[in-house]
Each structure stands twice: as C-alpha cells, then as structure tokens.
Design a protein around this ligand. Structure first.
Ligand SMILES: [Zn+2]
Length: 610
C-alpha cells in the first residue's frame, strides 16, 4: 500500500526537519558493551561482553577485556540487539532514514520509490556510512499494470501489460538500481476500490524474469485469493497479509511448502482496520519526544473509510499464527509512511502486534533482525556475531520477555558510531517551541487584502511577500516564475502571471507562488479573525492547487484544488475546508500547479482573506 497521504507529509518543505549531519566522532574507536543481555538475532545470551572495532563486531564472549582506549559501556540491566530492519517502507528522502535510525532501525527495505528519488538518495547513501541515516535497499519503481496500484500518485511510472515485456521491464528496473523486484498483484476489491492489475501470466513472467537475474520477487497482494495466486506463481515473498478473509486451515503449511516468506505489515493493516494503533504509539512517552512533527502527523492520520472495504484484522492475525506454526519466515515491516504509520517508531508497534498475534518476543525480534537479513541476502547484518556490522540497538530491560522494552532505547549505533539521539530530541524540542510561539497580528493582516497587483509590482500589503516555490527545494526539476501583467480581474490594471513547467521527477512535484503572511518566510501570522481566502484566477483549464501551511498542522500541506478557465473567475475557500483549519498560525499560502507534468500559465488577482 502506498497512498497520497504519504507523499503529502514528506512535502513538508523541509522546514525545521532535522537534516542529516556529519557524525563520525567515534569512527574506528573501539567500543565495549560490558555485561549486556545479548539477543544475537535468534537466541539470548544472558550475560556477555561485546567488543566493537572499526565498525564491526570483533568479539562476543563472557569475559573479554577492554582494549586500551576503548569506550566502555556498562550494559548491566540492558539488552543489546542487532540494529532493526524494517522490511516494508517507502522512502521519499533522506530525512526519514534519520528518523528511522533514531528509533534503532538501522536498515530499511524500501518497497517502491520513483527512480529519480532513488538516484537522489543513492548520493546521500554514498555518504551514509558517515552520516546519521539508516542504510537502505530499494525496489525502486514497482511493477504494475497500466492504471494499476502505484500509478495513482500522479508520478508517471512505466507499466507492464504483457508477459513478453517482462524481462526487458525487469532489466530496466535493475539498471535503475532496484535491489529486488516489487510487483503489485491487487485489483483493489478487498479495499472497496477497483484497479487494473497484472494478469496471472504476466505476474508469472515477471517473477521468472527477476529470478533469471537472481533478484527476489516480492509481491504486494490485497486479498487471500491474491496471496494464493502470488505464491502459486513463484513469489519469493508477500509484501502484505490480507484482511478480507480468514485463511483456510492449511494456509500456513501451504505457504511453507512453497518456500515463500511473508511480511505481514500488521501496522498498516490495523490502520486500514481503523484500530488507531498509530495514534496510541504517538502518545507513548518513550516514543513521543523523538517523533518529528511530520512523524507525529503521520501516526495520527487515518485511512479513508470506503464502502465494501474489508477490515477483518483478525484474519491477518490468524494467518500470522499459521505461518509461524509452519515455520514460514516472517519479516517485520510497517509500510511507513502510510496513514497511521511512520518511519522508525512504527517498527516497535509492528513488533508488539506480531507478539499479540502469537509470536514469542524473541521470534518477533528475529523477524526484525536475522530473518530479513537472511531472506534479503544481507549477510553482514541482522545477527550479533564477530565480523558483522556494528549496527546495534541497546535498550533498557529485556525485550525478549516484554517486547515493548524495545522502545526504551539506551543507544543506537551504526557501524559502531553512536547516533546522537539527545541532539535530535533537542532539535525537535526547539521546533515545537517555535510552533507554539504566538503568531504576529499585523494591521495589514487584519484588513485581509494580500495583493491586487495594481502598482505593477509583485508586492503584498502585509507579511513577507510572495516567492516562487518549486520542488527544487527537494531536488525536483519543476520550474516557475512570476511577473505582474496587464488586464487584471474585474477590468483592473494588473494581475500576477505565474508560469512554468511541472516535472514528473518527484512523486510530489509542485511549482507556483507562495505568500508568507508572517514577518518572515514561514513564520506564522494570526489570521484567526478571517474565515476564508479568495482570489480571482484565469488559466488553461488544468487543475491547480491552493495549499496552506501552519506549524499547528506540522507544516504538512493542506490542499484544495480549483480549475480556472480562460475567463476571470473568483475562487473562494473557507479556511475550515483545509482540514478544519482556524487560521491562528498561518505560515504560507501556496497557489500553483502540481502533477500532472507539463507547462502551465496561471493568472491570479485580488488575493484576499475575509
Ligand atoms: Zn507499501
């Protein structure tokens, strides 16, 4: 599952989002964890000392002496585990990999991002060994039918319609850098939607094409029937379980006989089932201080409820029980950042849900460490043994007895380098303080008229004025410019022409103009005395967007659309239409174009809050 919501939250403009910073302070230094309880990926060593050297685990034993100059960490009462692996996420930028790492998720297995994002992130990952972000493997662009699931986000992605195209299609993905092949086999019916999907023959051909190149084929399914057909077609793994029907009694044994692994993604399934586990997680005192505003917003989002949508969460739990009993490899994955899930924090919820479904805590921990490492061929991680990467998680207490102890994080290391969680938390506290700062009320803002463009300038009566805003902030290639032109609305002199081109490189492409009502760009202004924003517009008949940004909405864009034509028309939006917004801390008003890609030219005039 991937949704539009995911895309929106990452839009965030990076305002206040913690950026990866250079760490590397301890690189190469020896590190000793003394007297830890060790979970080695499968079993518990009640008391052991672990020696780390040059980013790798050098030794694990009962009585190891610390080398000279080693940093010694007293780990009595604590448990040391391999860094966690989230086997189902969607990564839209490096920031989320930093959030993941802070929560002890040292590796993410992405299950669909656009090839442009993948190329961008590869550059960051080249630095990843010295930067504080989780390591990443990615499916890149997924394989889906024309109009199928994965195409609905406005990013133009290649699609596949016949078995004969499968090998060339898979080879193109591998050339783009896909580490494995993610395939959508889902007609949406279980969720009350209808999508075209691959035919069984094409599905089979894609799986065979992946295998011909020694790549794993992981299949997204949405129903029990889909799961059966995907496994039958030779899938190496399922990227979800299902909540439409309880499995037949033989389901677990049948999957085992076909040697497939399963990533249940209970976190997203419970969210689809309106169990609101994400909102509860956001309240957990062990989690909350380390949640970014974006992460918090994601956890509090819910899936839209649809008629005909299946929500039998117990079906997924029953399948987990059967699969575990039949020794099918189970991998912990969240499907972050879908509504109700977020990178990093949600993996701790997934572990809890796996235990609730019947796994022992140690089995759940294996599902987030040694099992995914083995299934995805990540031989240098997932177990705590000499020679392995020193990607480590140290927690208070014993998560092999109480799974929720994974949230009581005492430390995270990537390649033996400590993650500065205190600095991250301090950055977030600063952001929250900013967000709570009272917004300014200027006399101009009280009047409400933003711009009528009559003086021939791109000026505003209050606030910090207008700026061009495009996705180049996020590495995109969309372009925009604006200027005042003659012949405004209602026979007035001037109007603002915003023109440019939207590039489909990013899943959340945008280009247009943003007005800042506060004293500085993105600083909030109090417009709570206003009930609506209106403006006149004319354009080419394509769809345009109005987006509001506010710290109390975590700077996540709240979007309304409009379709201006060749005649000047007034468009009015109640502030409450924007997710119930009350105007008390408005930081930005964007007017412009999003996907689909292409050139655009929009004129606006008489922008007014009333
Ligand atoms: Zn997904």
């Amino acid at each position: 599952m991937t949704t539009k919501y995911a895309v929106l939250v990452v839009l965030l403009f990076s305002v206040g989002l913690p950026r990866p910073v250079a760490g590397g302070v301890e690189t190469g230094g020896a590190l000793v964890f003394r007297d830890a309880r060790v979970f080695d990926g499968a079993q518990v060593l009640p008391r052991a000392t672990v020696l780390v050297r040059n980013g790798r685990i050098a030794a694990v034993g009962p009585q190891l002496s610390a080398p000279d100059g080693a940093r010694v960490i007293d780990a009595r009462g604590k448990t040391l585990l391999p860094g966690l692996i989230d086997s189902h996420t969607h990564v839209f930028g490096p920031e989320v990999l930093r959030a993941a790492l802070v929560f002890g998720v040292t590796t993410e297995l992405d299950m669909f991002m656009s090839d442009a994002v993948l190329a961008n992130i590869r550059a960051d990952l080249a630095l990843a060994e010295t930067l504080g972000i989780a390591d990443l493997r990615s499916a890149g662009t997924l394989v889906t039918a024309p109009g199928g699931h994965g195409t609905e986000y406005g990013v133009s992605i290649p699609t596949l319609s016949a078995p004969e195209q499968a090998q060339a299609f898979v080879d193109a993905r591998i050339a783009e850098g896909s580490d494995y092949i993610k395939i959508v086999y889902d007609d949406g019916k279980a969720y009350g939607i209808s999508f075209p999907t691959l035919s069984p023959e094409t599905l089979k051909a894609v799986i065979a094409a992946a295998h011909a190149r020694k790549k794993l084929a992981v299949v997204h399914i949405g129903s029990l029937q889909g799961a059966r057909e995907a496994v039958e077609a030779g899938a190496d793994g399922l990227a979800h379980l299902f909540i439409d029907h309880p499995p037949e009694a033989d389901f677990g044994r049948w999957v085992a006989a076909h040697h497939a692994f399963v990533v249940p993604t209970l976190t997203v399934l419970e969210s689809v089932s309106a169990r609101h586990g994400g909102a509860a997680l956001a309240q957990d005192p062990a989690i909350a201080p380390y949640l970014s505003p974006g992460g918090q917003a994601e956890l509090n989002q819910t899936f839209p409820t649809r008629a005909g949508a299946a929500t039998n969460y117990a079906a997924a739990e029953e399948a987990v029980r059967q699969l575990q009993a039949a020794h099918v490899p189970l991998l912990a994955g969240t499907d972050a950042p879908n509504p109700g899930t977020t990178h990093g924090a949600s993996l701790h919820r997934e572990l809890e849900l796996l235990v609730q479904a019947g796994l022992t805590p140690a089995e759940a921990l294996a599902a987030a460490t040694s099992v995914p490492a083995k299934q995805f061929g990540l031989e240098d991680r997932g177990t705590l043994a000499p020679g392995q990467r020193a990607d480590l998680l140290l927690v208070d207490g014993d998560p092999t007895a109480d799974i929720k102890a994974t949230r009581k994080i005492a430390g995270v290391w990537k390649l033996g380098v400590a993650v500065d969680r205190d600095a991250y938390r301090a950055e977030l506290e600063k952001q929250r303080a900013e967000a709570n700062r009272p917004a300014s009320v200027s006399p101009g803002a009280k009047l409400g008229l933003v711009s009528d463009f009559e003086d021939g300038k791109v000026s505003a009566r209050f606030g910090a004025g207008w700026q061009v805003s495009t996705d180049s902030l996020r590495g995109g290639k969309s372009k925009a410019s604006f200027k005042v032109v003659e012949n405004g609305a209602q026979k007035s002199k001037g109007a603002l022409l915003i023109e440019g081109e939207v590039d489909a490189g990013l899943p959340y492409a945008w280009a247009g103009a943003i007005f800042f009502p506060g004293e500085a760009p993105m600083s909030p202004a109090d417009l709570s005395s206003k009930k609506q924003v209106s403006f006149w517009a004319k354009a080419d008949g394509r769809t345009y967007s109005v987006m509001l940004f506010a710290p109390s909405k975590f700077f996540a864009p709240i979007i309304q659309t409009f379709v201006p034509d060749a005649e000047w028309k007034q468009f009015t939006f109640k502030l409450a239409q924007f997710d119930g917004y009350d105007g008390h801390d408005l930081a930005g008003l964007f007017i412009g174009a999003g996907l689909p890609a292409g050139k655009f030219a929009l004129q606006i005039d008489d922008v007014l809050f009333q």
